[in-house]
Design a protein around this ligand. Structure first.
Ligand SMILES: C[S@@+](CC[C@H](N)C(=O)[O-])C[C@H]1O[C@@H](n2cnc3c(N)ncnc32)[C@H](O)[C@@H]1O
Length: 280
């Protein structure tokens, strides 16, 4: 699969309220980040860059588990940055406005440049990885994770399967269709396409529980991020139809709770010495 073939328009999606995002996907990204950061094996005292930090889930995991010297975290959403700054006051963390391409202006030789749930939203994933490589030290590490949207990202899979049943035209909005980068092997192709070496990829499965269907469903009514954004375009009667179709397919326990396991694909790679940036 050619990862560079994707042409998503991140401006098409709403990334504005950190609180809404945290209650929707943020809580799941936090679980993935907790496994992802130790897996990278970055030494303590390192300088990290978190590209597309959003509300700071991955930055928080770095601070909690990797004993960094410094984490510089970029995102184009002021709303998410405000949320991150309010919830993470650790002096080692610095939140800045910027896109995947703006990392170049950091003028760093970082030990690790990472990104959680972002590469499928940038215009060119390989280009984003190349920009990351420009601010990575010799033999520094680049790592990223994305959801397995088409298959085991069950939180959203149930939604999109119901939405497509309600209206087959929704298929071209389905993140599992739109984001071919989010499948086994695709991150490896993108990393290698960006000239990274020693690329390793793995799935990360995380499980969480909703007390009832309404706890699962309420975040879909926010308009925040792609799936709620799609739902918000439907009139109320069609939203209700999608909701009923999701209820019919999602596994509900006898006590009304819903336990889901969601899969992310994670990759890490090293900057080959000959491609490394010189320290600023
Ligand atoms: C699904 S959220 C992930 C946020 C966070 N990394 C996490 O794991 O929870 C996607 C993020 O990508 C950001 N984003 C969108 N386009 C971007 C770009 N071109 N460069 C960097 N970040 C971008 C959005 O603002 C949003 O915060």
């Amino acid at each position: 699969m050619a990862a560079a073939a994707q042409t998503p328009l991140s401006s098409e999606f709403r990334w504005s309220s950190g609180a809404l995002y945290d209650g929707f996907v943020g809580r799941w990204s936090r679980l993935v980040a907790a496994e992802f950061v130790p897996w990278l094996g970055v030494h303590t005292g390192a300088t990290w860059v978190d590209v597309g930090c959003g509300t700071g889930e991955l930055t928080g995991a770095i601070l909690r588990t990797a004993a960094p010297a410094r984490v510089i975290s970029l995102d184009p959403s002021e709303g998410y940055l405000d949320h991150a700054r309010a919830s993470i006051t650790d002096p080692r963390a610095e939140f800045r406005h910027g896109t995947d391409q703006d990392v170049r202006s950091l003028g760093l030789a970082a030990d690790a440049v990472v990104s959680g749930l972002v590469l499928n939203f940038v215009p060119d994933a390989v280009g984003a990885l190349r920009a990351a490589a420009e601010v990575t030290a010799t033999r520094g590490l680049i790592g990223a994770y994305v959801w397995d949207y088409a298959d085991q990202m069950t939180l959203l899979r149930h939604f999109w399967d119901a939405a497509v049943e309600e209206d087959p035209a929704a298929r071209n909005k389905d993140e599992g269709v739109r984001f071919p980068l989010c499948a086994a092997g695709a991150l490896t192709s993108a990393f290698e396409g960006a000239g990274l070496s020693a690329v390793v990829e793995r799935p990360i499965d995380v499980t969480d529980r909703f007390a009832n269907f309404e706890e699962y469903w309420t975040p879909f009514l926010s308009g925040e991020a792609p799936a709620p954004g799609y739902l918000a375009t439907l009139p109320p009667d069609r939203q209700t139809k999608v909701k009923k179709l999701v209820m019919a397919r999602i596994p509900v326990a006898a006590d009304g709770s819903i336990t889901l396991t969601c899969r992310a694909w994670a990759a890490r790679g090293r900057l080959a010495p000959e491609a490394a940036a010189q320290p600023a």
